[in-house]
Design a protein around this ligand. Sequence first.
Ligand code: SAM
Length: 402
Amino acid sequence: MTRWLSVVGLGEDGLEGLSPAARQIVDAAEVLVGGARHLAMLPDDDRERLVWPSPMMELLPDINARQARRVCVLATGDPFCYGVGTALAKHFGHDSMTIVPGASAFSLAAARLGWSLDRVETLSLHGRPLALLEAFIQPAARLLALSENASTAQGVADLLTARGFGSSRMVVLEHMGGPKERRIAGRADEDWRNRDLADFNTIAIECLADPDAIARPRSPGLPDDAFHHDGQMTKREVRAATLSALMPMPGQLLWDVGAGCGSISIEWMRAERHNRAIAIERAEARLAMIAENAQALGTPGLKIVSGEAPAALEGLEQPDAVFIGGGATGDGLFDLCWGALKPGGRLVANAVTLESEQILMTRHAELGGELCRIAVSRAEPVGPYHGWRPMMPVTQFSVVKT
Ligand SMILES: C[S@@+](CC[C@H](N)C(=O)[O-])C[C@H]1O[C@@H](n2cnc3c(N)ncnc32)[C@H](O)[C@@H]1O
C-alpha cells in the first residue's frame, strides 16, 4: 500500500521547528491540509490547500479523492494525542500514512514545569465537557488539561473550589514553544476571569485538598449521598460488591438495566477512564437524576436511554457487561441481556424480592455462575445509643458468558 497521506505535527515555531525529515515531507507535498492557523505558516506557493471545515470529518471525502497525489496534513503537536491523527488512521488506515509527530502540549508543559509526564494525569477539555475534570480531582494529583479557550481556566478554578480544592495551584501555559509564550500562575480560588488569557493554552493543576474537601476516590463505593437519589438506588456496600462482580476492564461497555439514579453506570465509568455505559431507566424523574449525577461525578459521556426494558434494549451496542438492578422478573429481559452479552462478558443481577430471587436461582441452575447473599446492617442512633439497622438483604447472581 502506498503511503500517500502524511501527517506532520507543527509547534508554535512553525516550519522552523520541524526536523529535516518532516520539512522534506511538507516541501514534497502536492496537497496541504490544515487549519487556517497552520496553513498561514507556509510560504506562498500554488499548491492546493484544503482548510478544515467544521465538523472536520466533512473534509474526509475530499482528502480521499486526492489519493493519487502526495497529501500532507498539518497538525498541532502530536497528531495522536487528542489530535487529528486518530480519526485519519481510522478512516484511511494506518498503513497508508506516514506520521511525524511534534512535541505534544503535555510534553511541553511537563518540560516547562519539571513534572514527570508518567506521574501526571492528562486530559482534554478541548471540545469536551468541563465536567470530565471532576473524577481527576484527587488529593495531590497533578493534572495537565488541554483548554477549549481562555475561559476554560475559570471553569476549572470554579470546579476545584466547589470540591474544596480552592488552594490548588494552577498554571496557564499559553502558546508554548512560540514567540507568544506566556505563563500565568495562581490559586484555584482566585479570580481567573480578568486575566486577559489567550485562547490557546494548556492548564497545569496541582490538586491540593482544603480541610473541607469532598473525598471522592475513583474506586467503587462512593457514599450514597454523593448521588442525587430518591431511595431507589444500589446502596454503597452492595454497589461496591456489584462493581467488583462486574469487573470493569479498560474500554468496556456496560448496560445498566433499571439504572435508578445511575450509580452503577457512573462508578463503572469512573473506575476506568475509557469505559462507557448505557443507563436504561423508565421513570422520567430518575432520568433527570442520572443526567445530573453523571455531570456532577465526572462522567458526562454516560448514555441515557429512556424506556422500559427489554423493549428499550433493542438495537443498543453489544455490551461487555450487564447489570440488572431491577426488573429481573420482566418477561424476556434476562434472555435478551444474556443473548446480547459478548463472549467473556459478565452478567450480574441483584434481587430483593422472592419472585426475582427465584428467577436468579433458576438461571444459576441453568448457567452456573455464583450466587451470594449480601446482608448489610448500618449502625444508627437509637435514642442516646446506637443499634444495627438491617437493610433488605440482596441476592446477587453473577455469571461469565464463556
Ligand atoms: C486539539 S488539541 C491538540 C493537541 C495536540 N495534538 C498536541 O499534541 O498538543 C488543541 C489544544 O492543545 C493545547 N495546545 C497544543 N499546543 C499547545 C501549545 N504549544 N501551547 C499551549 N497549548 C497548546 C491547547 O489547549 C489547544 O486548545
